[in-house]
Design a protein around this ligand. Sequence first.
Ligand SMILES: [Ca+2]
Length: 203
Amino acid sequence: MVRAANPPHPLLLVTAVATVCAALPQAVLAIDLAKLYGHVGAKRGDACHPYEPFKCPGDGNCISIQYLCDGAPDCPDGYDEDSRLCTAAKRPPVEETGSFLKSLLASHGPNYLEKLFGSKARDALKPLGGVDKVAIALSESQTIEDFGAALHLMRSDLEHLRSVFMAVENGDLGMLKSLGIKDSELGDVKFFLEKLVNTGFLD
Ligand SMILES: [Ca+2]
């Protein structure tokens, strides 16, 4: 899930940790978090205790996961309440979003996501910085406006994307069908877009 070769984006790590925390018993958690936090810590060997696995990036203080996004700053610089971090915590994991986008590209070709994100989304999203960058932007952008700003989308492309989201919000799947989304994929695409809408993407 998180590769050791390149240090992952901090957000990948946080969502990975949150997923691990939700899914695994405490004993397994201890091992995995120690491994994960080896990449974030300034030095090897100063990983946080498994019961306080989140390391504040500023000063290396360790806090418990339950203090993430609880409305009160616990890291000295307030990073545990960072709006991008806390938005991402409500969204599907970045890896899951990335895999979903890649599966659409694999079955429809490298220019398919132009239908959603507009003309800069050709060539497997390379002009936007690649699939992972788009997946991270979808996770940490509080609203569609933030998403457009993060990826420097043109206004017309952003308004098209908004119209797709609004159609889904209104239960209108005809718009997705008209974009060439197959019946077999409609459920997954709808679920994906609804997750974003339900966590404030259109607010
Ligand atoms: Ca907090």
